[in-house]
Design a binder for this molecule. Structure first.
Ligand SMILES: [Zn+2]
Ligand SMILES: [Zn+2]
Length: 631
């Protein structure tokens, strides 16, 4: 216990270790075994051994955190007492009844060190109020300790009630009011062997981040998140998914070969789904003239998000920030009757947005993206049917990808803000109420956000929670009564009159970039078979079996399975490792036995299963897995 440093932060951290143990005793188990409790670079940890029925889990950490905050706010006074070797025996074994502390105590004494204790205290008079709701066993236990301390050290403990007692020699704060209750947070729960020795008992370790103040804590939390992001970026590059390069420009992701395979699969998937729902696929250019965006209103309302324009001969172009105007013109290209509607025009649309260079973030905030975008032109009486179809599609797609952690957000206008929003009270009220009705009908939980609507109508967003960072908006669906008017869109109604359609803007994946990045993290980089860039890797155990490996490879390719043979001179173990690093779902090992039986030895990456199969059986199973897009 000799090498201690003495800084205010160290004192706070060590004190918080005691506070953590006190909190654990109050909310989980008053007679928990306590072990080591060091201050570390980013805070502290404490090791505990719980009884089986009182084991603490992640879900309990919130309660512990809240109790720590409460304890700090109780302005507890920490009182140090130095005791003789004999008394220390009594303290640890009779008062505390802590056998791991005793083991440490004996070692300190053997090393010729003195023993001291720190006692956390509150005013005895305030005991009943402060400890209301706290387990009575805890209060009884510390009542006994208090009584002993008051008799033995009357000067120090008169009028005080002990709420925690620990053997410790390091410096601490004098009063917990010196600690900012917003400057610490429980980081995680982990497991550790007593003394790091796997022959010993396994303890529960709780890590806490602790800093001078809440700004330092926040900065640290952001650093940790950024480090995780960097790791992910490295993985994206190593797995050949995305890269970026200064020569191409900030916020301009490049899709690498494996990423491109994934994107193509996603495109095929959504293409099939949307085509079956009557969507008509189009391609349009990534630029438009400034006049196009003046007509749509973007030039006036959205220009700060657009790249500067460029002049080519007599025309002034701008990189498009969105493709709605192009689709409006495609609608207007034909005469439309009420019978033709809804008309659903969609595109894999590359768009450019000018984001200030300070906020451009690799893949999270980009300047070039590809949207899975569509515009649905409907009659007013078709809005709700069509809107429901969009919500159904969103739910359907999330189910196919196994996404369950998402929520809907309904963005409404601020009725008081007549400037920002297209002014038509009846339209807004009706639209907003209808949106709520649809969501209720689906039983989708949602939140409402006032004044986050687009200027032309209310919208529905779906937010998902990724492994790292804040929630991201994937899907979006917006009602628009304005753009069709600005482009003078029409259809001939039943009565022969020209009427204006309503437009629904919607994107299911959001952008392919963001969806792919999200999916990689969501699946922890283990892609479902149908999406895996390389689905099968064949490893001949030695050169004489390369021919057979190539034959199996050809047979699989005939079924459009993405497969290759590792013909390198590497050992079989190295080949397996390489394939596993690339997270290939199926590894097929072929040698003499497989050649003779027309079979393959299968290793499944995800489940680590190994089994033998005939070649035909394997191909049949792989094709089925691909075609059903099993997760
Ligand atoms: Zn301490
Ligand atoms: Zn649009």
């Amino acid at each position: 216990m000799s090498n201690h440093e003495d800084t205010p932060l160290f004192r706070q951290r060590h004190t918080l270790a005691h506070v953590l143990a006190e909190a654990v005793q109050r909310v989980q188990q008053w007679d928990v075994e306590v072990a080591i409790w060091p201050a570390i670079d980013n805070g502290l940890y404490y090791d505990f051994l719980f009884s089986e029925e009182k084991q603490i889990w992640e879900d309990d950490l919130k309660k512990v955190q809240d109790q720590m905050v409460k304890i700090v706010k109780e302005n507890q006074e920490l009182i140090r007492i130095d005791v003789s070797a004999e008394d220390s025996d009594y303290f640890v074994n009779q008062l505390m009844k802590q056998k791991y502390k005793d083991e440490m105590r004996r070692e300190f004494l053997a090393d010729g060190e003195s023993i001291s204790f720190y006692v956390n205290t509150i005013a005895e008079a305030a005991k009943d109020r402060v400890l209301e709701w706290i387990d009575e066993n805890y209060i009884k236990y510390y009542g006994g300790i208090t009584k002993y301390l008051q008799e033995k050290f009357p000067d120090k403990f008169a009028g005080k009630f002990a709420t925690f007692l620990d053997m410790c020699e390091w410096p601490h704060v004098e009063n917990t009011k010196e600690i900012d209750p917003k400057a610490f947070q429980i980081d995680k729960l982990a497991w550790a062997y007593w003394r790091g020795n796997s022959n010993n008992v396994m303890m529960t370790r709780i890590y806490v981040w602790a800093f001078e103040d809440k700004e330092h804590l926040k900065a640290y939390a952001e650093e940790v998140e950024e480090a995780k992001r960097r790791d992910h970026r490295k993985l994206w590059k190593d797995l050949s998914i995305f890269m970026s390069h200064d020569l191409v420009g900030k916020g301009m992701p490049l899709w690498l070969p494996n990423g491109a395979v994934i994107r193509k699969q996603l495109e095929n998937y959504i293409y099939e789904k949307e085509r079956n729902m009557g969507y008509m696929h189009v391609y349009t250019p990534c630029v438009g003239t400034v006049d196009l965006y003046k007509t749509s209103g973007h030039w006036d309302h959205y220009q700060e998000n657009m790249f500067p324009s460029m002049k080519v001969d007599e025309e002034e172009f701008v990189l498009r920030p969105m493709n709605c105007p192009h689709h409006m013109l495609i609608y207007a290209n034909d005469l439309r009757s009420y019978r033709d509607l809804p008309i659903r025009i969609w595109e894999f649309a590359t768009d450019f947005r000018y984001e200030a260079s300070g906020v451009v973030k690799w893949l999270e905030r980009v300047r070039c993206m590809c949207q899975n975008d569509a515009h649905l032109f409907v009659r007013p009486d078709q809005i709700w049917e069509e809107f429901k179809k969009v919500v159904t599609l969103i739910l359907d797609v999330y189910k196919d990808f196994g996404l369950t952690n998402y929520k809907f957000r309904l963005s409404l206008r601020d009725p008081a803000d007549k400037e920002k929003y297209f002014d038509d009270d009846q339209m807004w009220n009706e639209a907003e109420n209808k949106l709520r009705e649809v969501l209720n009908e689906f039983g989708c939980p949602y939140t409402e956000a006032i004044w986050e609507a687009a200027f032309y109508g209310p919208k529905l967003d779906v937010e998902v929670k990724p492994a790292v960072g804040p929630e991201v908006t994937l899907s979006t669906c917006q009602l628009d009564f304005l753009l069709p008017r600005r482009f003078k869109l029409e259809y001939t109604d039943k009565d022969g009159e020209k009427k204006t359609p309503v437009v629904i803007h919607r994107a299911i994946f959001g952008t392919f970039d963001r969806f792919t990045a999200f999916l990689l993290e969501e699946t922890k980089w283990v892609f479902p078979f149908w999406l895996a860039p390389e689905q099968v890797k064949i490893l001949p155990v030695a050169d004489p079996f390369i021919d057979y490996a190539n034959k199996v490879c050809e047979d699989l390719r005939k079924e459009n399975i993405r497969v290759s043979v590792d013909t390198s001179a590497d050992s079989l173990n190295k080949k397996i490792r390489n394939a596993e690093l690339m997270k290939v779902p199926y590894i097929l090992i072929v040698g003499e036995k497989e050649v003779n039986s027309n079979g393959v030895s299968v290793r499944v990456f995800k489940t680590k299963e190994q089994y033998e199969q005939s070649e035909t059986e394997f191909i049949k199973a792989a094709v089925e897995k691909r075609d059903t897009r099993a997760l």
